[in-house]
Design a protein around this ligand. Structure first.
Ligand SMILES: Cc1cc2nc3c(=O)[nH]c(=O)nc-3n(C[C@H](O)[C@H](O)[C@H](O)COP(=O)(O)OP(=O)(O)OC[C@H]3O[C@@H](n4cnc5c(N)ncnc54)[C@H](O)[C@@H]3O)c2cc1C
Length: 347
C-alpha cells in the first residue's frame, strides 16, 4: 500500500483491524471519516506489529534455502550488507506488484498506475497535464487512478473489458468499484452533461467497454460496440457526448476512436501479480493458474515449514488475509523453556 500515500482506502476502519487495538486506528482517522488513508493504515499496521514484541529487521530477502534444521535466508540490508539468518519456518508475505504494460506498450511510453500515485506525491508538473489519458482496466485501481489524473488531464477514457457495476447497488462482488472509485463514476455522469460548458471546467471522464486497443505509428486507437455500452456509464460516454468524444462508425456498427501518441498518456491498471523472493527453492514451488504459489487453507506450501499469506497468496484484501500459521507466543515459548526456538522464529 505504500505507494498509495494519502489516498483513502475503500474499506471501513472496522474491516481493516489487524489486532484488538481497535481504538488506535480510530484515533488516527479524523472524526466523521469511515475510512483511513493508506498512510494512516500503514502507520497503524507498523505500530501494531511493533507492539507485539516482534523483532523487526529491514532487509531484502535474496534467497531462501533449506538446511538440516530448517531454513537459511540470505538478506541484504539497506546499507548493502549481506548476511544469513536461520529459521524453523518461513512465512512469505511479499505481496503483489501492479501488472506492467506489455513490452511494446512500455516502449511507446505506457506506464503502470502505481507511477501515477508516486508522481503525485512529488512536487512539479505531471506528465499528463493537458494531455489525453487512456486508462486500461476498470477495477478499483483504474477508477481511482482516473480520478487522480482528472484535475490536470485534457480528457480521460477508461477502457474496460466488461462493465463490473457498482458495489453494492449493481453488484454483489465487494471488489467491484467502491468508495473512492465512485468519484470517477460521478465525473463520468457530470462531464457527460457539462464538458466544455463555460464558465467552469468539469474534468472530462468517460468509461467505455471496448473490443480492441491498437498501437499505431502516430496514434493509439480503440474500437467498441454501442451494444456493449448500454450500462449507466456507457450511456454517458459514447461518441458524440462532448467535444472529446469524437469517433467514426464503421459499416458494421463498430465505433473507432483515436488519440495522437504525442499528446496521450496510456496507463495500465489491469491488476497485480504476486511477488516472491528470488531463489531456486521458491521458484521451484508449484503454482496455481493465477500465478500464486499453491497452498492449502492454512497457507502451507508443498515444502514443510514454508507458508504463504496475504497478497502473494492471492488474498485480495486485508480482511481476506488469514494468519499463515498459529505459532506459540514468546510467553508460551518462555514457559516451555524454549529460548533457542524463540531466537530462531524471530525472522
Ligand atoms: C490501489 C489499491 C487499493 C487497495 N485498497 C484496499 C482497501 O481499501 N482495503 C483492503 O483491505 N485492501 C486494499 N488493497 C489491498 C491491500 O493493499 C492488500 O491486500 C495488502 O496490502 C496485502 O498485504 P501484504 O502484506 O500481503 O502485501 P504488501 O502490502 O504488498 O506487502 C508486501 C511487502 O513485502 C515486501 N517484500 C517483497 N519482496 C521482498 C523481499 N524479497 N524481501 C523483503 N521484503 C519483500 C514489500 O516491499 C512489501 O513491503 C488495495 C490495494 C491497492 C493496490
Amino acid at each position: 500500500m505504500a505507494f498509495l500515500g494519502r489516498a483513502t482506502l475503500q474499506s471501513y476502519i472496522e474491516e481493516l483491524l489487524v489486532s484488538t487495538a481497535a481504538a488506535e486506528l480510530h484515533s488516527m482517522v479524523p472524526a466523521g471519516e469511515l475510512r483511513p488513508s493508506a498512510a494512516q493504515y500503514d502507520t497503524y499496521v507498523r505500530e501494531s506489529l511493533l507492539q507485539t514484541g516482534a523483532s523487526v529487521m529491514l532487509a531484502r530477502v535474496l534467497d531462501i534455502q533449506r538446511d538440516a534444521h530448517g531454513f537459511v535466508l540470505t538478506l541484504r540490508t539497506p546499507g548493502g550488507v549481506h548476511r544469513q539468518v536461520h529459521a524453523d519456518s518461513v512465512v512469505l508475505a511479499t505481496g503483489s506488484a501492479p501488472r506492467k504494460p506489455p513490452a511494446d506498450w512500455q516502449a511507446a511510453g505506457a506506464i503502470s498506475y502505481d507511477l501515477v500515485h508516486r508522481e503525485l506525491a512529488q512536487v512539479g508538473p505531471h506528465r499528463w497535464a493537458g494531455n489525453s489519458v487512456v486508462v486500461v482496466g476498470a477495477g478499483n485501481s483504474a477508477m481511482q487512478t482516473a480520478s487522480l489524473m482528472a484535475p490536470d488531464a485534457r480528457d480521460i477514457t477508461i477502457l474496460a473489458k466488461r462493465y463490473v457495476g457498482m458495489y453494492p447497488a449493481e453488484s454483489e462482488d465487494r471488489f467491484a468499484w467502491r468508495a473512492p472509485s465512485q468519484l470517477t463514476y460521478e465525473l463520468v455522469v457530470k462531464s457527460s452533461n457539462e464538458c466544455g460548458r463555460r464558465p467552469w471546467r468539469v474534468p472530462c471522464v468517460r468509461h467505455i467497454v471496448y473490443d480492441a486497443l491498437e498501437l499505431g505509428d502516430d496514434a493509439f486507437s480503440w474500437t467498441y460496440q454501442e451494444t456493449s455500452n448500454l450500462d449507466v456509464l456507457g450511456l454517458h460516454s459514447m461518441a458524440g457526448r462532448c467535444r472529446h468524444a469524437r469517433g467514426r462508425q464503421e459499416s458494421d456498427g463498430t465505433w473507432v476512436e483515436s488519440r495522437d501518441r504525442d499528446s496521450t498518456v496510456v496507463v495500465w491498471a489491469t491488476g497485480s501479480v504476486p511477488v516472491y523472493p528470488p531463489g531456486e527453492l521458491v521458484s521451484s514451488l508449484r503454482r496455481d493458474p493465477d500465478g500464486t504459489v499453491a497452498r492449502d487453507e492454512h497457507g502451507r506450501t508443498d515444502v514443510p515449514g514454508l507458508f504463504v499469506t496475504g497478497a502473494c497468496a492471492g488474498h485480495r484484501a486485508v480482511n481476506e488475509t488469514v494468519p499463515a500459521r498459529t505459532r506459540p507466543t514468546r510467553v508460551q515459548l518462555r514457559q516451555s523453556g524454549s529460548e533457542a526456538a524463540e531466537e530462531r522464529i524471530k525472522v
